[in-house]
Every structure is written in C-alpha cells, then in structure tokens.
Ligand binder design. Structure first.
Ligand code: NAD
Length: 483
C-alpha cells in the first residue's frame, strides 16, 4: 500500500538558523523527502536565513551536501534534487541587528502561507519575533515554529511565552516536540480511541503499572557545555517523557482537535503528584571499557549533572488511582531503545493446574529503533502433553501489515507539514509547557538544595543499581533495554 499524500497549500518557509546543525540534519533533508513524496506544491519556497554571507548558489550547494549526508532516502536522483534546490533561497540576516530584513521582506509573497522556523537559540526568539513585525514580514496568518529547550524552568518558560505572545497569538505558535511527530505515538491514540478492545481496560482496575523508557547510547560529547547546565530532567523528562505520559494517561478527548487534545493532556500534567526524593534516582555515566565518563565528555571534572533519571510517579485522578508510572531515561546506556509498556494486572484466578508461571498481558509501544506495537498474550504451547501456557507477542508492526513500501515520514517532516496545514494537535501549547515546568521545578530545586550527588552507572549498562531497586521494592522489574 502506498501512503496517501495529502497536498498542502503553497508556502514560503523561512528557516532562521538555516545553516545550523538542526537545519542541515533534519529540516532540509526532511523537506526534500516531502518534495519527493509530491507534497511540496509547485511554487512553494524555502528561504534559509542565517548570519553568514552567501549567495543562493552557495546555500544550494550546502543543502546538496546536507541531503547527501543526512538525506536517508534511496529514491533521490540528481534531477529531482536539482528541482528541489531551485526552490531554495538565502538571506544573510542578523537576528539582533538590521541587516538583511528589508531583503527578506522583499522576497515574501502575498497570498501564500508564511511560516518562520526559529532554528536558533531561544535567546534570539524575542529579537526575531520583534523584527518580523517591525518589517511587516509576519501577518495574522503567519506561523512560527520554535524548538526545545523551551525555558530552563517555570520562570524562564513564562518569560519566553510572554515574549512570543507580544507579537503572535497562541494559534500561530508551534512548539516542537519531535516525539509527538513519531508514527507510533500517534498510533497510540488510534489504538486507544479507535478500538473497542483497549479503552475499557485502560484504568486502575486492569493496569498494574506503566513503564516509559527512553534509552540512548550516545553521550554528551559535542554538546557537553549545553547539556551540563541542563541534565536529563530538563533535556528529556520535562518535555519528551511527559508528553508520552500525557498521551498514555489522558482521558478520551471528545473530538480529535488541537485544543481538545491539549486540554486533556494539560489535565494529566496538573494531576501529577509531587515526587518524593525516595521515588527518584539520578545517575551519571562513569567510564567503562565501552567509553569515557560523563565528566570527561562534558569536560567538567566536578560536574554533578545527571545523565540519567528514573522515577516513579502517580496521577491523582479516578482512572489512575494507585497505578504507578515508572519513567526512565539515560545516555550511554546498553542499547538505543524507547518504549512505552502498559503492564496489565495478573489474572485473579487460574484454572490451569500446574501452571505456576506469571502470565501477563503487556502492550508494548516501541518508538525506536523499530517503530511498532506488540501485545503479549498467553496461549497454549503447541503439541501434546496437556495445557502448558506460553507468552507470545501479537505483533502489530505496521510496516508488515500495511505493506513494505510504506515509507513513513520522519517526525520532523510530518510536523513541518502540520505547520503548513495549520494543525497544532501535535505541538505543545504554552500552558502545557508551563505546567510541566511547574511539576519538574521542585524536583530540580530539591536536588540543588540538597547538593544531590548522582549515582554512577557504567557506560553500556542499564543505569544505576538504585534505579533497579526503585522497581524491585515494589515487586516489579524494568523491561529489558534491547536495541
Ligand atoms: P547551530 O549552532 O548549529 O546553528 C545555529 C544557527 O543560528 C546558525 O545557522 C547560525 O548562523 C544562526 N544564528 C546564530 N546567531 C544568529 C544571529 N544573531 N542572527 C541570525 N542567525 C543566527 O544550532 P542548532 O544545533 O542548529 O540548533 C538550533 C536550535 O534548535 C537551538 O535552539 C537548539 O537547542 C535546538 N535544537 C537542536 C537540535 C539538534 O539536533 N541540533 C535538536 C533539538 C533542538
């Protein structure tokens, strides 16, 4: 089955920071893949804007090299890439100065969607928003896209929201969390709300606990100076893990519409109980035969920043009363693996004599490496000799079911097309971001006040032993981290 490509309207997309790492690795190769899929309308244009002086031809050459390095598609051929590159333009611009703005204003066309991707550090958001208005470049229908980090605590997030709100309405602001652009994450909503099977069981009567793991094998090498001021709580938990938690835990929205979905997610965040110190483990990776320590990577021999967090939290509402949510994320772990596991309760009674094993239904939603879902079910082991039970996965891997030539767009591609379509469902609203900080701030402040020292874990391991204990104490265990 070939995926259906829904055309979007004509657009001018300006990428501030159009020469940066994010633009070269994700945004521009993603746009090329959408071009190949036939989703970029004729006359749609992409305008790179950054500090370096260069001509359109230089910029196109830079993008040609970026697509060659990060394109990730077998389908490209020279003539299609040439046709895509012709849609590209470049303006040298200083976000905090006056140079380049008139040229950009002159390039913008009437009657097409104007979108502005702020692929620059957040300290420049205010300057960009202000100049877009001063020069009459943004109008009431324009959209801006902003990247994480969206603040480093509640106060800074509020300030950033206020800065953007001075020039743009909330319906124009697209705060990207690329986890929400993943196929599986959206499928989670389809599975929950498009089937009769799951939703009746989706509560404390049938679910024992939920685990969310985002394990990375990469360290902080290369971006240590940024990460060392941030840590896993700010860099991963406050945004990505909490967004996943919201989608798992939210009440069914009455309709699939941006604000209705986001209202439900917000209620989840607001119902999260404060986390006590004994419910959370901070870790930092230590050197092993597989690589150097965090402190070496971050070039800070006295750093107490966490590269790992494991925690147990509770949502104080009827649906989730007493159901623990265990969240875990870390760098330099044994495998790159992200998974949400919904672990159902044990059977109240078994009729199969001699079967002493514990059989549990587990719905596993894999975000990476192989996006898909499976449901662990118990069946009879084939063959004679009585009723021996065995647990097997009921594989719901979409690529198999829907046809192998289905090339799912990468999260960035999908989200950029949603911006052009004006669909904010998969973007964080300002109040969600603030509520998430309001929950994480006291945890981080508590660590700072106690001069908390992270527990060490070896590079290539599953995290500190204390994280295992967090589960063992409750008679549960983490799912294995498998690549
Ligand atoms: P980068 O340092 O590689 O690129 C920054 C870009 O901004 C460059 O094009 C530079 O010319 C431009 N720039 C800097 N100062 C400017 C100014 N005064 N006026 C105009 N242009 C200016 O950064 P990046 O890695 O591409 O990240 C961009 C943003 O995206 C950051 O906020 C980052 O936190 C966020 N982000 C990046 C990634 C990633 O994978 N790189 C992932 C998530 C979020």
């Amino acid at each position: 089955m070939v995926s259906r490509v829904i055309p979007v309207e004509c657009f001018d997309l300006v990428i501030f920071g159009g020469t940066g790492d994010l633009a070269r690795r994700k945004i521009l190769p993603g746009l090329f893949r959408r071009f190949l899929a036939g989703q970029m309308p004729e006359n749609a244009r992409v305008i790179g804007a950054a500090r370096s002086e260069m001509e359109d031809a230089d910029y196109r050459q830079m993008v040609r090299e970026a697509v060659a390095e990060f394109g990730g598609t077998e389908k490209e051929n020279g003539s299609q890439l040439d046709a895509f590159l012709e849609r590209l333009h470049y303006v040298a611009i200083d976000a905090t100065g006056d140079g380049g703005w008139d040229k950009l204003a002159g390039l913008m066309r009437d009657g097409v969607i104007r979108a502005f991707y702020f692929s620059v550090g957040p300290s420049l958001f205010g300057a960009l928003a202000e100049r877009l208005h001063q020069h009459g470049i943004a109008d009431a229908a324009s959209r801006i896209v902003v990247e994480k980090p969206f603040g480093h605590d509640l106060a800074s997030a509020q300030e950033l929201n206020a800065t953007l709100a001075a020039h743009f309405d909330e319906h124009q602001i697209y705060r990207i969390d690329h986890y929400l652009g993943k196929e599986t994450v959206q499928n989670l909503m389809a599975v929950r709300f498009g089937n009769v099977l799951f939703e009746p069981l989706w509560n404390s009567h049938y679910i024992d606990h939920i685990q969310i793991t985002v394990a990375e094998t990469v360290g902080v090498g290369g971006r240590g100076s940024y990460y060392d001021k941030s840590g896993a709580m700010r860099d991963m938990v406050q945004n990505h893990l909490m967004q996943l938690l919201c989608l798992i835990a939210m009440e069914p929205p009455s309709i699939y519409d941006a604000d209705t979905v986001r209202d439900e997610k917000l209620k989840v965040i607001r119902a999260l109980q404060p986390v006590e110190p004994h419910q959370i483990v901070r870790g930092q990776y230590d050197a092993s035969s597989e690589g150097p320590s965090y402190r070496e990577d971050a070039e800070n021999p006295r750093s107490f920043t966490e590269s790992f967090v494991a925690m147990k939290c509770h949502i104080a509402n009827w649906r989730w009363a007493k159901v623990p949510f265990y969240l875990r994320t870390g760098k330099r772990m044994k495998a790159r693996s992200s998974e949400i596991a919904v672990v159902f309760k044990d059977l109240g009674h078994t009729i199969f004599e001699g079967d002493t094993a514990r059989h549990r239904n587990i719905l596993s939603i894999r975000l990476q490496p192989n996006e898909g879902m499976d449901l662990q079910v118990t069946i009879k082991e084939p063959g004679p000799g009585g009723m021996r039970l065995v647990d097997v996965p009921l594989d719901m891997t979409f690529a198999d079911a829907l046809g192998a030539d289905q090339e799912a767009p990468d999260a960035y591609e999908r989200l950029i097309m949603d911006v052009i379509r004006g669909n904010q469902t998969l973007f964080m609203r300002g109040d969600e971001v603030e509520a998430a900080w309001a929950w994480t701030d006291p945890i981080i402040k508590g660590w700072e006040a106690r001069n908390d020292v992270p527990k060490l874990y070896e590079v290539g391991s599953a995290g500190p032993d204390d994280a295992l204990m967090l589960m063992h104490r409750d008679g549960r265990r983490w799912r294995e981290i498998k690549g």
